[in-house]
Design a protein around this ligand. Structure first.
Ligand code: AMP
Length: 301
């Protein structure tokens, strides 16, 4: 295994202005691992309840995601529900039921402890810490979080930040975490507490990389049809991490390539409800869209 993904495996209920789905496979670890699995030997550490459908487990298994670290316990699977407005960036969480995640104690199988790349997906920061305590000197640790934890578990999150290399968050989370309204100032303030790089996901407005040396911005690929933005950030993170496992180091150029890769991966995610877009994305589809991305962003000075 060269990439370990820790996060939620969820049943999501999502409403958009045009449709609604109930108890669809979702979760931060689900999207990220599916998006990474064609690039990296990927495993997940998460928990599901006894109600978790066998078909969802099969879907992960068939995508070559290593499930040794997916624990199944008595009780209900983590559930999240959200609603989108006409603007796909406008999302409200309706409900978060931690269920089996409330008592989850991550126990990393031996294979997972040596993974050189670790992605701490959006999950309780205390669990992220317990995972960090069990891994054997990974080469790169990236971490995501969200307003739910920034507002509710700030102390636990502050213990994670100095131990990671890279923080992947959205614009709203940068502002909340740093207390700054300016994204660049906010991201630089986060660099002060530990991470060497902050990747700011800005939904349909693309992504931004902030390091002590530089700044990079990547627009999102404009899409004519956005069906369900759920999981876009996690698919971005999975594509980003998967691409990084193919690089020799983590210099600015490698991070830039990974950001563009993740941006293109996320574009597939939002075209369908749930995980379908990332599951059905072939290497050829991705390559074609990378070419379209190059063309759309090309400029001759
Ligand atoms: P994204 O759209 O990339 O921000 O990711 C949405 C996914 O994150 C959904 O599939 C949810 O199940 C999952 N999620 C939402 N809230 C939480 C939470 N508090 N902890 C862990 N996962 C969550």
């Amino acid at each position: 295994m060269n990439l370990l993904v820790v996060g939620s495996v969820a049943l999501d209920s999502v409403r958009t202005p045009r449709a609604e789905v109930i108890d669809e496979l979702g979760g931060s670890a689900t999207y990220a691992s599916l998006a990474a699995s064609s690039l990296a030997d990927t495993g997940i550490v998460a928990v599901v309840g006894s109600d978790f459908p066998g078909s969802s487990r099969d879907l992960l298994y068939n995508a070559a995601v290593d499930l040794e670290g997916l624990e199944s316990v008595e009780g209900e699977t983590f559930r999240w529900s959200g609603v989108y407005g006409e603007d796909p960036n406008d999302r409200s969480t309706l409900d978060t039921q931690l269920n089996v995640f409330a008592d989850f104690e991550p126990k990393l199988p031996a294979r997972c402890r040596d993974a050189p790349y670790l992605f701490l997906g959006n999950i309780h920061p205390a669990l992220q810490t317990r995972v960090l305590d069990q891994v054997n000197a990974p080469k790169l640790v990236a971490c995501d979080t969200m307003n739910f934890w920034i507002e509710g578990e700030r102390e636990a999150l502050d213990r994670v930040l100095p131990r990671i290399d890279l923080l992947l968050v959205n614009d709203e989370e940068v502002k909340l975490l740093s207390g700054e309204t300016n994204l660049l100032i906010g991201a630089r303030a986060i660099l002060e507490v530990g991470p060497k790089a902050v990747v700011v996901k800005k939904g349909e407005h693309g992504a931004m990389l902030v390091t002590s040396e530089g700044l990079f911005v990547a627009p999102a690929l404009p899409l004519a049809s956005v069906i369900d933005p759920t999981g876009a950030g996690d698919s971005f993170a999975g594509g980003f991490m998967g691409r990084l496992t193919r690089e020799k180091g983590f210099d600015e150029e490698a991070l830039r390539r990974a950001i563009v890769w993740g941006t293109v991966t996320a574009s597939f995610c939002v075209e369908h409800f749930g995980v379908r877009g990332v599951v059905e994305m072939s290497d050829e589809d991705h390559a074609a869209r990378m070419a379209a991305y190059r063309e759309t962003t090309r400029v001759a000075y």
